[in-house]
Ligand binder design. Sequence first.
Ligand SMILES: [Zn+2]
Length: 77
Amino acid sequence: MNEKFKNKVAWCKVCDQGWATIVKAKGTNRYWVQCSECDSEWYHPLHAQLNINIKETIDPSSEEIQETGWGEYIITE
Ligand SMILES: [Zn+2]
């Protein structure tokens, strides 16, 4: 492993000033990718490499939400 590129998966295409680097939430097993300079975030290294902006959102369909298992959290009254 090349230490120079430790945990780095892409050059940040958002700010063009930092590295998209794999990070982990303290005390959990949750990983994502974050820019060392502009704090842009990606859920997967491929998103950083392809510069897919996860902050660009759409409304998922009810079926999609049920598939995530998050349907139970939707307020019903
Ligand atoms: Zn950046």
